[in-house]
Design a binder for this molecule. Structure first.
Ligand code: NAD
Ligand code: APR
Length: 233
């Protein structure tokens, strides 16, 4: 690991699975219980806002019943002890990285605990329901929606992510199926910049073949072991 300085980590739903948060595409996952086109597109929200608000209200309320796991906590230790550049990008909209102790998390798909005003674009921290159409704290309009990136919308902070990938010496993907772009393409961006690439996932994913190394297992075991390795513990 001596030649590793700049690290980019991408996490997906699999890092939160052991905390009890459903993934999307595993057996029993969210996309088996709900249709994406009913709850995770702008068209769905325009067609039936109450159904979409209810879907995210339930996921937001469930955050109070789950705790970060060993994988989340080990990434906080890495952030605290790693002496060079580290960017943690998550596709997850839960707050378990933060509650596990990570200070700087880039939520490229937004956050359940943030509300976005459809009228003025203001964001506000929000831990309650949105289905009762609360007023925007900035403009007063009853136009708050989940601050979550839906299919067809642009993920957040892509420039910051691509700049970090261009500088990366190591790219690590944790708990994601590699099914959805642009996140699924980050491994190729990192490899093109000369970074080494490592996948930590329960099973081989749609993108495993792009990685220099792919380790299968539970994040709660694989991630702490990898952090020990990279910190030379
Ligand atoms: P995309 O077209 O790249 O998505 C491709 C994948 O998304 C497919 O392989 C499939 O797994 C799934 N998908 C998309 N539409 C689907 C549908 N109608 N039915 C079933 N599966 C479907 O995604 P996009 O439209 O380019 O999305 C833009 C961004 O929004 C992406 O980064 C995506 O990850 C994000 N997003 C976030 C959420 C969320 O709940 N946070 C939900 C959807 C999309
Ligand atoms: N440890 C490690 N990996 C796990 C675990 C675990 N305990 N449990 C499940 N996994 C893996 C699965 O093998 C799967 O490859 O996590 C991955 C979860 O994949 P998805 O359910 O597709 O979730 P994700 O990759 O985060 O989805 C990407 O799609 O719907 C959109 O925006 C949404 O952010 C989401 C994006």
């Amino acid at each position: 690991m001596a030649d590793i300085r700049n690290i980019v980590i991408l996490t997906g739903a699999g890092i939160s699975a052991e905390s009890g948060i459903d993934t999307f595409r595993d057996a029993g996952g969210l996309w088996e219980k709900h249709r994406i086109e009913d709850v995770a597109t702008p068209e769905a929200f325009a067609r039936n806002p109450a159904l979409v608000q209810g879907f995210y209200d339930a996921r937001r309320a469930a955050l109070a019943t789950v705790e970060p796991n060993a994988a989340h906590r080990s990434l906080a230790r890495l952030e605290a002890e790693w002496p060079h550049e580290l960017l943690l990008v998550t596709q997850n909209v839960d707050d378990l990285h933060e509650r596990g102790g990570v200070q700087d998390v880039l939520h490229m798909h937004g956050e359940l605990l943030s509300a976005l005003c459809g009228a003025c674009g203001a964001r506000s921290r929000w831990d309650g329901p949105l289905s009762d159409a609360p007023a925007c704290l900035a403009c007063g309009a009853p136009a708050l929606r989940p601050d979550v990136v839906w299919f067809g919308e642009m993920p957040y902070q892509m420039r910051r992510i691509y700049d970090a990938l261009a500088r990366a010496d190591l790219f690590v993907s944790i708990g994601t199926s590699g099914a959805v772009y642009p996140a699924a393409g980050f491994v190729q961006e990192a490899a093109a910049s000369g970074a080494r690439t490592l996948e930590l996932n329960l099973e081989r994913s749609e993108g495993s073949h792009w990685f220099d190394e792919s380790r299968q297992g539970r994040a709660g075991e694989l991630v702490p072991a990898w952090v020990d390795e990279v910190l030379g513990a």
